[in-house]
Ligand binder design. Structure first.
Ligand code: UFG
Length: 334
């Protein structure tokens, strides 16, 4: 935790700052006394989510535009990189776009950073880099055998960052997020993907009468209730991990790769039960075939983030996740 830490007016570039996680990171930077500078192409982010600092419309695939944007902010030391294609299913159909946006985009970013004073990178990676394993909770040293193109692109970027560290002295913290969820407690920002594929927003919207019948993909998994198990971490906690990473850099940290999760596994049916309890709305669902690429269980060993970054989730109680997400979706409907 970083209650007394202040960013003291420091400028921090947030690439992908208009997105779901990025906008929460920007808000957290601002509330810690910093100035988030959002770089985003608005392909999936939203201009209305950029509220806490300047906005520069730039696409990471456009190397010369990115170089110019970095030159304009050449005094900035710390960069948060969240811009990427994230829809796992789409990645299987359009790997060329995924590699270009994620891997080429990250390479352009790393090269742009080398031309300025930026020598600290916080990179948003994912639990999808680990792949199929029965070893839960997942420790960072687990073999990396990503199943999806999405996970492969993120692992390729992790390798690239390590090479830049070896050769050019880049300092980095790689945060391997588990399931980002929930919304800002003040209702200012939340999850607005289009198309939406994630369990919690789809289920809340279904309970609110979206007309989209809730389907549970797979009810025959080898788990206590037959449905998949995930580790849901509140997006405000994820945002806080970035501040903890900056503080760790300030205290001399050079490199780290850590899981950002709670360590608790929750089943899909437990999510539906919690949504029913919190919203007091009916939430019928129908069992559906397993979704390709889904792993049975995924939850973090969260100890490294605690020991290296002093990061501890404090907003990730499941009811709080659902309550804040519901509050956000209700406000959108009004
Ligand atoms: N699910 C349903 N019905 C739905 C949507 C999802 O049953 O309508 C199920 C999925 O099959 C899965 C669980 O809910 O069992 C969670 O699915 P999400 O799509 O919400 O999240 P994922 O665990 O698939 O995805 C997360 C991140 C990805 C990351 C992935 C790594 O959102 O960015 O973990 O496995 F790639």
């Amino acid at each position: 935790m970083s209650a007394n830490f202040t960013l003291n007016g420091r400028d921090i570039i947030v690439v992908g700052g208009a997105g779901y996680i990025g906008s929460h990171v920007c808000k957290m930077i601002a509330s810690t006394g910093g100035n988030p500078i959002t770089f985003d192409n608005l392909s999936s982010g939203h201009a209305h989510a950029v509220k806490w600092g300047p906005f520069i419309k730039v696409d990471v695939r456009d190397r010369s535009a990115l170089d110019i944007a970095f030159t304009d902010w050449e005094h900035v030391q710390t960069v948060v990189h969240l811009a990427s294609s994230i829809e796992v299913g789409i990645g299987e159909k359009q790997p060329a776009e995924f590699y270009e946006n994620n891997v080429t985009g990250a390479l352009n970013l790393l090269n742009a950073m080398r031309k300025t004073k930026a020598d600290q990178l916080i990179f948003s990676s994912t639990c999808a880099i680990y792949g199929e394993t029965e070893n839960m909770p997942l420790v960072e040293s687990e073999p990396k055998n990503p199943f999806s193109t999405y996970g492969k692109t993120k692992l390729a970027i992790e390798h690239m960052i390590q090479s830049f560290q070896n050769a050019y002295g880049l300092n980095y913290v790689t945060l391997r997020y588990f399931n980002a969820s929930g919304a800002d407690a003040e209702g200012e920002i939340g999850e607005e993907h289009d198309p939406e594929t994630h369990l919690i927003p789809i289920a809340i919207q279904s309970a609110m009468g979206s007309g989209r019948k809730m389907k549970i993909f797979g009810t025959d998994y080898d788990t206590p209730d037959g449905t998949c198990i995930r580790d849901y971490i509140h997006v405000t906690d994820i945002a806080r991990a970035h501040i903890d990473a900056i503080r760790a850099f300030d205290q001399g940290l050079k490199t780290a790769e850590v899981n950002i999760g709670t360590g608790q596994g929750v089943s899909n049916l437990e999510i539906l039960e919690t949504i029913k309890r919190v919203t007091k709305l009916p939430l019928p669902y129908e069992p559906a075939p397993r979704r390709a690429g889904d792993l049975t269980r995924l939850y973090a060993d969260a100890r490294e983030a605690k020991s290296i970054l002093r990061f501890e989730p404090c907003h990730s109680d499941l009811e709080n996740i659902i309550r804040t997400a519901w509050q956000f979706h209700r406000s959108k409907k009004i």
